[in-house]
Design a binder for this molecule. Sequence first.
Ligand code: NAP
Length: 315
Amino acid sequence: MENILILGGGPAGCTSALYTARAGLSPLCLEGEPSRDILPGGQLMTTTEVENFPGYPKGVNGAELMMDLKKQAEQFGARFVYKTATSLDFSKWPFTVESNGITWEAKVVIVATGASARYLGLESEQKFLNRGVSACATCDGALPRFRGHTVVVVGGGDSAMEEALFLARFASRVHVLHRRDQFRASKIMGQRVIEHEKISVEWNTVPDEILGNDKDGVTGVRIRDVNTGEIREIECAGYFSAIGHKPNTDLFVGKLELASDGYLVTKPDSSYTSVDGVFACGDVQDRVYRQAITAAGSGCMAALDATRWLEAQEA
Ligand code: NAP
């Protein structure tokens, strides 16, 4: 039987592995089977340069950072396997988690399955991912590729507004493409975008194709007016998808309390979920901050909560 089973190997999962390993609990982390939809190491694996993780004045490659986090946890006895949980039973204790025929029993489960950025689904989005296509301005916006250049942001919610305002610090011009004639975003955020001298809003507009080549990555976006059908091209160096995130919670429907937008519900100021002994951390329960460092911080919280909970059971 496992003491601690961690689902997800991003910054939240790795940090909870590090802390529970140092507590002598020898955690097992299912970091996911590599596939088109699952990235062991989480979203950081798709980020080239991370410049805002404290402790790296020269920045750090996202994949390197994740490998270091994992190595650090392994040094203290954490174990990692490339497995994805496919079913689980939280209705009785110890909990059971299954991955294609392999079953684990665990005293504690820490859910750190993260969230996935939504993309429109254009083939060109995948083709130019990390070469001008991004879903995280905070992660990538300050890179030389975008500094002093035109960039495009797609979406009309608060995320798109935040991305556009952040990008406007570095880019020469930001075009926000929104499919309607009104933002979904809060009024104040929308107004800031509309009034910003470096930002233009293209209403009733959707991207049809991202343009580019192997050498330069993204060079432009072909856009379509949804009312008139008119097609235009915007020359740009970057395309930021900001049409929302989807928490990776499909597996937990009916097993843990989820909010109406699909995020896992944790009790205030803690990582406790609706099931005693199951904890959650990172982007799967955070629709607001969604940063590597906040995910790592909440991974630490989950590890401390889980360790104390386990001690109380075994006292
Ligand atoms: P969101 O509010 O769901 O907005 C998604 C936007 O993307 C919408 O404008 C939507 O258009 C557009 N969109 C979705 N699918 C699309 C498609 N296929 N093609 C074109 N456009 C598409 O998501 P979010 O902005 O990530 O925000 C999520 C939650 O976090 C919200 O509650 C938000 O308030 C909150 N949040 C808050 C802050 C803050 O307070 N600082 C920052 C970020 C996020 P439609 O409007 O036409 O549906």
